[in-house]
Unconditional design. Structure first.
Length: 304
């Protein structure tokens, strides 16, 4: 069952086409990673899903309802955390969390307190005194305490320290195990790789890759580290081998996944003493679309 369904979604701002007919599906109980660089169209997509922007054409549905016409009904079962949280400066963090929960008619203070403690938030301080990370904590506590059916998280860990990032990841996985769905936009590729079942990569308003993360890994090469008693020769001539170098006595190879069996058979002739295979990372998949197609993005490590 699809919780989010987007079909041929287009959004124009005057003559500028921000979204060029994108398709996106998020299933029940799935964590979906939505990634791309600045200006790719992620925020426009999310704002359209939230009913803050009206699509120029195409369809977008959440829980089977139209995101524009039925926004009020959809938001009753949806929790959203933006990248930059703005709070009422004269209220305390605890008061803000209470407001958000009462809007959902939630009175479970024990659940709220649990998340306050996990995120190490001082709820008595005024919001004007909070750092960016603490403002994010307020939004995250309110979202996870709401027990929503769908979480839309747009760069939610911005400003959090590594310990709190780990707590966030635990909360996402707990929500998933309860059958909740998550749309996660993140610039931390390792976070997406750790949490997400499926991934969508958007580039200049177009979805250029999407699907189960494991099924997308075939698009990049595997890294093989191999040590042999006899000097390894002729490996560069093998089909599917793209790179071969020797560092401190270890052969480093890059090879197409479907040629791995042939490589193992070949190197076994040289008396293998150690062999390690490393599957392609999400970063390699991401950079295969950006690093080679747009040189100005070469070496970039974070996107939003």
């Amino acid at each position: 069952m699809n919780i989010i369904e987007v079909e041929k979604l287009q959004k124009n701002f005057g003559t500028f086409q921000a979204l060029k007919g994108i398709d996106l599906q998020v299933k029940q109980g799935e964590v979906y990673g939505f990634i791309g660089p600045n200006g790719a169209g992620k925020s426009t997509t999310i704002r359209t899903l939230l009913g803050l922007l009206k699509a120029t054409s195409g369809q977008a549905r959440i829980f089977g309802k139209d995101v524009w016409k039925d926004a009020v009904e959809i938001h009753k079962k949806l929790a959203y955390v933006p990248a930059d949280v703005h709070l009422w400066p004269n209220l305390s963090g605890g008061e803000v969390i209470d407001i958000f929960l009462r809007l959902r008619d939630i009175r479970d203070t024990q659940n709220k307190q649990e998340f306050i403690e996990r995120f190490q938030l001082d709820p008595t301080k005024k919001c004007r005194s909070y750092s960016k990370g603490n403002r994010q904590k307020v939004a995250l506590v309110a979202a996870f305490a709401a027990e929503a059916d769908l979480y839309i998280l747009d760069e939610p860990t911005t400003g959090l320290d590594p310990l709190m990032e780990k707590v966030f990841q635990e909360c996402v996985l707990e929500a998933k195990n309860k059958g909740k769905s998550v749309l996660l936009s993140s610039h931390i590729l390792s976070e997406v790789e750790r949490l997400c079942d499926s991934v969508g990569i958007i580039r200049q308003g177009e979805m250029i890759e999407s699907g189960r993360l494991e099924s997308l890994r075939h698009l990049t090469k595997m890294t093989i580290l191999v040590e042999t008693r006899k000097p390894l020769k002729g490996v560069k001539e093998l089909k599917g081998v793209y790179e071969w170098k020797i560092q401190e006595g270890t052969n480093h190879l890059q090879i197409d996944k479907n040629e791995l069996a042939s490589l193992i058979e070949f190197v076994s002739k040289f008396e293998v003493t150690n062999l390690i295979s490393q599957p392609p990372s999400l970063e390699e998949l991401f950079m295969s679309h950006y690093d080679t197609r747009d040189n100005k993005l070469r070496g970039a490590k974070s996107y939003e």
